[in-house]
Design a protein around this ligand. Structure first.
Ligand SMILES: O=C([O-])CC(=O)C(=O)O
Ligand SMILES: [Mg+2]
Length: 390
């Protein structure tokens, strides 16, 4: 059993939306296909992966370092004999040969994207949905039947007024979501207060609304927003300050009684552990949002979950960023607290299986081998363009 080829290409996810920090007018993502020599139903098993929004395509790093290392490794060293399958841990180790510690940045995205495709292939070779394989291997066979999801959107874009923001949020609620998320910090605090109140007219209770500042604020502004947000009793206040400014986060946590959420821009188990050690995050109410597709993949995510468990954190406090099916599988198979969803933005990567509706804020997973990309027609059509000749 061996990996024959790893193909990648860059896809555009450009759109006019903006958060408080960046606009997405030139945003891209990498799509990867891991081609194996295993044949199922007369066709080679191919695992697919892609990286989450916000970090651009990583083709150059893949082509120059990570793909060659996998293909140069002796094939027998990448096999998991016990399970008669490929070994994601050995493949990960091969990719990370001669990589120094620290400085987790774009390479963690490149590795995470290939790792997603490897796990898709592994689950397909096993003939199981990934969520089932993960539950069997790591959680005594018990998977969650449904996963809590929330609808992320509420972006800024030119000409968008409160009425359009309300229509957007109403449409998420009409599609079965209970909790919605909107951007803050891209305008004045008074404007944001008005936008929040407009959305609360639609979703009612503050517990149905999360807000996301995308790391924009300095300490003073983070605290001022904390004061302004406090009376609303929001679901969470996300990424107030710079992702690596643990002291800012700790000061905010000491002042803000509601839930905080952060971690989407921390890309290693060491950084995740430092957030939990030094960021003042409270295990009884706050949320951790590490995204495997940006942070060296599921192999590293398992280490991250172990690292936070050692510090007393339940996996139920983890609600990944990224709105993708890979994290949905991890949430169901490894007992996380839920998953982000982008019902409308970042298509075709956002959203889950076609034909499985969100009901009362929860979604089921498809019962097909792998991550389930084949159940999302627009995404699978894009992935197939990598392997049209196979
Ligand atoms: O706007 C973005 O970069 C995405 C984001 O923060 C989120 O989904 O939480
Ligand atoms: Mg965010």
């Amino acid at each position: 059993m061996r990996i024959l080829e790893i193909r990648e290409k860059t896809a555009s996810i450009a759109s006019p939306i903006a958060n408080a920090y960046i606009d997405f007018s030139k945003m891209t993502a990498s799509v990867v296909a891991v081609v194996t020599d295993v044949v199922r139903d007369g066709r080679p098993v191919v695992g697919f992966g892609f990286n989450s929004n916000g970090r651009y395509g990583q083709g150059a790093l893949m082509r120059e370092r990570f793909i060659p290392r996998v293909l140069e490794a002796r094939p027998e060293t990448l096999v998991d004999e016990a399970n008669a399958n490929l070994d994601p841990f050995a493949i990960w180790k091969a990719m990370m040969t001669n990589e120094k510690p620290g400085g987790h940045g774009d390479r963690s995205v490149a590795v995470g994207t290939i790792d997603m495709a490897v796990w898709d292939a592994v689950a397909k070779i096993a003939g199981q949905p990934l969520w089932r394989l993960l539950a069997d291997r790591y959680r005594g066979g018990v998977a969650d039947e449904t996963v809590w999801v929330y609808a992320a959107g509420g972006y800024y874009y030119p000409g968008k007024d409160d009425r359009q923001l309300q229509d957007e949020m109403r449409s998420y609620r009409d599609r079965g979501y209970r909790v919605v998320k909107m951007k803050i910090g891209g305008t004045s605090i008074d404007d944001d207060r008005r936008r929040i109140e407009a959305v609360l007219e639609i979703v009612g209770d503050g517990a149905n609304l999360a807000v996301d500042a995308n790391g924009r604020f300095d300490l003073k502004t983070a605290l001022a927003y904390g004061e302004a947000l406090r009376p609303y009793g929001l679901h969470w206040y996300e990424e107030a300050g710079d992702p690596l400014d643990y002291a800012l986060n700790a000061e905010l946590a000491a002042a803000y009684p509601g839930a905080l959420a952060t971690g989407e821009n921390l890309f290693s188990h060491q950084d995740a552990r430092n957030l939990v050690r030094y960021g003042g995050m409270r295990p009884d109410r706050d949320y951790l949002q590490f995204d495997c597709a940006l942070s060296y993949g599921l192999v590293e995510y398992l280490r991250t979950l172990d690292a936070i468990a050692e510090l007393g954190w339940s996996s139920r406090r983890v609600v990944p960023h990224g709105g993708h099916q890979m994290s949905l599988n991890i949430a169901a198979g490894l007992h996380l607290g839920g998953n982000e969803s982008y019902p409308d933005v970042f298509q075709p990567f956002g959203g889950f299986a076609d034909g499985i509706a969100v009901e009362d804020g929860r979604v089921r997973l498809p019962d097909v081998p792998g991550v389930g990309f084949e159940t999302k027609a627009n995404l699978y059509a894009l992935m197939r363009t990598l392997v049209e000749d196979l």
